[in-house]
Structures are given as C-alpha cells and as structure tokens.
Design a protein around this ligand. Structure first.
Ligand SMILES: Cc1ncc(COP(=O)(O)O)c(C=O)c1O
Length: 401
C-alpha cells in the first residue's frame, strides 16, 4: 500500500504527455515534438572527452556523497565568475541533477504543514516536491501583462508565520520571464521584514537570457540575506547535459550540513564520471553558451512570428529559457469537427496531438488556459509544428454551429 502522501501527489502532467507521445509514435504517428524541456545540442566534445578520459583513468568509484572536491572547486570558481558569489567548500554540494537537489533541500527544512510560496505559472515539479514533503504550496499569481514579475505586495500578503520557503525561478519555466536585479531587490526588501522565510533560487536557465534582459540572482543582489538563500544551478540546460545528471548549489553551511546528512543516507554521491565531465564543463571554454543562446533567441523570434498566424493564441515575448507560453483562452469552449468540446487546455493539447504536435497544457503549470511550446528544436520543426497547430486550431468552431 502506498503512503498517504504519495497517493495525494499527482504524477507530472509533463511526463503524461511525454508518455502519450511515445505510445502514438510507437503506433506509427508522425509527431513534431514541441514539448521538450532539454537542449537539442550535443554535449560539447571537450566535455565528452573528459568523461572518456575519466573512465580510462579509473574514476569509476563512489565519490563523497556531496560530490568531489574537484567539482566543488569548479563550482566555486563558476559562482565567483558568473555571479560574484564566494563560497567555501563546505558551502557547496553536488547532486544528481538540480531536480533532486531542490527536492532534498526542501526535505531538510520542511515540516508537515509548512508553507512554500511559489509564483505561478510554476514548473510542475516545484509543486510536486513541496507536496511530497507534506507541506503546503502557496501560489502567488503573476501576470503576462506585468511580464510575469513577482509583485512584492502580493508576495508580502502571502507570507504567514507558517511560511518556510520562497522558491524563485528565473528565467522561468514555462514563461521565460527574467527577474531583473531591481525585481529581486524589491523581493529582498520584503524578505528583510520576514527573516523566517528561506529562499531557494532555481537558476537553471541562467545562460539562456535574451538581451536586453540580464540575469541576476537573489544572493548576489542581497548579500545580507545570504544566510538563508540556497542558489541552485546545474549542467543540464547550459551545457546540454540533461542525461549526465549533475546539479549543484551554494548556500549557508547549516543548510548544506542538512543536505549532507540526507545524501549520506539516501542518494550517495552523483556519478563519478559525470562529475569529472562537470569540471571540464565549468572550467572549459564558455564562449559557445552565447552562440547557443543566440540560436534560441532566433528560434523564439521565429516561433513568435509563426504563432502570430495561429487563430486564438496570444503570446507574451519570453526573455529567456526555451519555452513560449501561449494563452489559448479564445479556443476554450469551441468544438472539433467530431463535435468534441475543448473544455480545457488539456483537451486542446489532445486535439493538437491528434494533428501531430506535442505540447504541454497549462494545467502542468498551475496557470491556465495555456499551452507551453518548446523552441529547443530545429527551425524546420518549429515551422511545421506551428503550421499543424494553426491548422488544428482553425478547425475548431464555436459550439452548436
Ligand atoms: C526550472 C527547472 N529546474 C530544474 C530542472 C531540472 O534540472 P536537472 O536536469 O538538473 O535535474 C528543470 C528541468 O526541466 C527546470 O525546468
């Protein structure tokens, strides 16, 4: 019998869509996948070479459960180089991905009933991680018309004595919104008056920011709050290393000490070979990051152009990450040619899936009715995917006609 907690937590709708697409493909369907949450680039050659060299050198054994000293030092250099953040080795941990790292970071501070503030639209797993801890997600809505900025007044109103953590994510998944240094300063002002609130800053999309937006992170703009901020990052999105499973964090020693206890009892250290590759990623050339970012920007612009032709979709311009979050409110309530009613964004995602395009419905992000489209795919796929999407949306007619 499963635990009460796990029976209450919904499985990720992103995973459900992924599985449905696999089934359809196996049945011979021709699908364009605009649901992907990972770079379509290959891991750079120098990083792959470092992994192969590590295998030949026998770097194939358990490592310390919070990561190797070599990778921690590379992470420390990265934090100084990119974020102006100085950490000693005890203030850094490595884990098998940012996702389990954030889940663990929550697990070591949350008691049942504690509240965690999340700005919606929110990445589905940030919510699931809180629920797995038997804690309570508290949603603060952000609006497309305000560039999805977390409004300090709404944030303040959401804080209670039970608030334990504020989970920030910029650039955001699914909106691509980027919090400016000024936005973060305003959030810091609120936090200074509520010192019991800790912060996890999920910075996974740091290197995918389109100018004129600029990446900033809370610990950098509010060093006085550093004692309660965990800054999380990873190799997945920046270096096209989703399968290598390396995430890392810098933060206060007390929080790291808790993570070390948990890792020592549960996960053990991340893959030794991936950690060796991680040193090459963080210490090696960084110039391709800007080239990749430019490619994502061009694809975003292409997607926005093509989406402008789709009847019923409204799209705000993302400033970062590789997603476009399209409002599909005008299509809700319409019906397909077989009389089926599009009552939710999930119905719409199913309808466009039948037309050969995989998207993720807004229910996954606690802000609806929307579809999330990924531009981490070729220009040809973006054009053909949105053409199919447009055709599928054009088929929908007002109910009763
Ligand atoms: C906001 C955000 N954080 C974390 C992750 C997962 O990172 P990792 O691959 O390091 O576990 C994702 C993946 O989709 C993400 O969108």
């Amino acid at each position: 019998m499963l635990s009460d907690v796990i029976r209450r937590v919904p499985a990720s709708p992103i995973g459900a869509m992924f599985n449905r697409a696999i089934e359809l493909r196996a049945a011979g369907a021709d699908l364009i996948d605009l649901s992907l949450g990972e770079p379509d680039f290959d891991t750079p050659a120098h990083i792959r070479a470092a992994a192969i060299a590590a295998i030949h050198a026998g770097v194939t054994r358990y490592t310390a459960s919070d990561g190797t000293a070599e990778l921690k030092d590379a992470v420390r250099r990265k934090f100084v180089r990119d974020n102006g953040l100085e950490f000693n080795r005890r203030q850094v941990v490595i884990a098998s991905g940012a996702k389990p790292l954030i889940a663990s970071a929550l697990q070591v501070v949350l008691n049942p009933g504690d509240e965690v503030i999340l700005a919606t639209p929110v990445w589905t797993s940030h919510v699931g991680m809180v629920q797995v801890c038997n804690a309570k997600p508290v949603f603060v809505a952000t609006e497309a018309s305000e560039g999805y900025r977390l409004d300090p007044v709404r944030l303040k109103a959401a804080i209670t004595p039970a608030t334990k953590v504020l989970l920030l994510c910029s650039p955001g998944n699914p909106t691509g919104a980027v919090a400016s240094a000024d936005d973060l300063l305003a959030i810091a002002e609120v936090l200074r008056r509520h010192r019991h609130v800790m912060v996890i800053s999920d910075d996974l999309y740091e290197h995918i920011v389109f100018t004129p937006a600029r990446f900033a992170t809370l610990a950098q703009v509010a060093p006085d709050l550093a004692g309660s901020i965990l800054t999380v990052n990873g190799l997945s999105k920046a270096y096209a290393m989703t399968g290598w499973r390396i995430g890392y964090a810098g933060g206060p020693e007390w929080w790291m000490a808790g993570l070390r206890v948990l890792f020592s009892q549960t996960s053990g250290g991340p893959c030794s070979i991936s950690q060796a590759a991680g040193v090459a990623a963080l210490d090696g050339p960084q110039d391709f990051l800007a080239d990749w970012c430019e490619t994502y920007r061009q694809r975003r612009d292409l997607a926005l152009n093509e989406l402008a032709k789709v009847p019923g979709l409204r799209v705000a311009k993302p400033e970062g990450a590789f997603f476009v979050y399209a409002n599909c409110g005008a299509l809700i309530g319409k019906q397909g040619s077989g009389g089926e009613v599009i009552a939710t964004s999930s119905d719409l995602a199913d309808h466009v899936l039948r037309a050969g395009v995989v998207t993720v419905p807004g229910a996954a992000f606690y802000a609806d009715p929307y579809l999330r489209l990924s531009v981490a795919t070729s220009e040809a796929n973006i054009i053909e995917g949105i053409r199919r999407l447009a055709a599928a949306c054009a088929q929908l007619t007002p109910r009763g006609l």
